[in-house]
Design a protein around this ligand. Structure first.
Ligand SMILES: Nc1ncnc2c1ncn2[C@@H]1O[C@H](COP(=O)(O)OP(=O)(O)OP(=O)(O)O)[C@@H](O)[C@H]1O
Length: 254
């Protein structure tokens, strides 16, 4: 079954095209990387899949249904933390936010909610830091907590918007390993990223977007397609990626 399907989806903001005739099909159980230049439309595409933005044209379905009818099936990790990292709130309270709307009318968190919160924190290996203030976490730990909050909704699909922006290489790899484990447990994953060096080894397919889907496949993005999407030759070389060393730089990082 297709987890996500977009057919001929277009959207413009104030007359400027953000997405043009997007066709994208994501199988249930896959782990898809979404790459593309700044402003290429990655965040907009994720918001359309979530049902937060309606396209001007085209059809979007999540497990065969319109996004607004699939509440609870998608967990979302936004690009920027949507709460003040200095706010006096601890790890457990952030993850409990993932249960809001799932508690009964006037109910406090049930025993079951608390179990799900703990289980979500265990999955991201943060249960030991449950009582720690959010302001006292490292960047990588902070991202794990946001992933736990998304997992607390018990999603079948996880959408992540640049979860590794501004964290260092080693921690990035840990986050991708975590995503791989979650994928192996049955969650379909779509992650937007600038981390072109790590994406290829972990994912089942890569989509490259620059208003249009310029590539979607299981192989590495052909260099000429990649360069055209980014509008510049990829010239910084390193030896981290044995087959395509040109792709190891983090292109267009914010
Ligand atoms: N609410 C909005 N109003 C007007 N223009 C918008 C809005 N949201 C996005 N855009 C524009 O749509 C285009 C796509 O933006 P989007 O944020 O989806 O790109 P992105 O690929 O996620 O970029 P980045 O890698 O920089 O996060 C950009 O030109 C952006 O300025």
């Amino acid at each position: 079954m297709k987890a996500i399907e977009l057919k001929n989806v277009s959207l413009s903001f104030d007359g400027a095209d953000a997405l043009k005739q997007i066709d994208l099909s994501i199988d249930e159980g896959s782990f898809v990387g979404l790459v593309g230049p700044n402003g290429g439309g990655k965040t907009t595409l994720l918001k359309i899949i979530l049902g937060l933005i309606k396209p001007d044209q085209g059809v979007v379905s999540v497990f065969g249904r319109p996004p607004e009818k699939t509440q609870g099936k998608i967990g979302y990790v936004p690009q920027y933390s949507d709460f003040d990292p200095e706010f006096p709130i601890n790890v457990r309270e952030v993850v409990e936010m993932g249960r809001l709307g799932r508690t009964g009318f006037f109910n406090r968190f049930s025993k079951k909610d608390k179990e799900i919160v703990r289980e979500s924190l265990e999955k991201v290996e943060m249960a030991d830091l449950m009582d720690r203030r959010i302001s006292d976490l490292s960047g990588g730990q902070h991202q794990r907590v946001l992933i736990a909050r998304a997992l607390a909704t018990r999603p079948e699909i996880l959408l992540l918007d640049e979860p590794t922006a501004s964290i260092d290489q080693k921690i990035k790899e840990n986050i991708y390993e975590l995503l791989e484990t979650l994928n192996e447990s049955g969650i379909t994953i779509l992650v937007s990223t600038h981390d072109t060096g790590v994406v290829y080894s972990k994912m089942t397919s890569i989509a490259c977007i620059n208003q249009k889907i310029v590539y979607h496949g299981e192989d590495e993005i052909p260099l000429e397609v990649f360069e055209e999407a980014y509008g510049a030759p990829v010239s910084i070389l390193s030896d981290e990626h044995p087959d395509h060393p040109e792709l190891n730089q983090n292109v267009g990082e914010n």
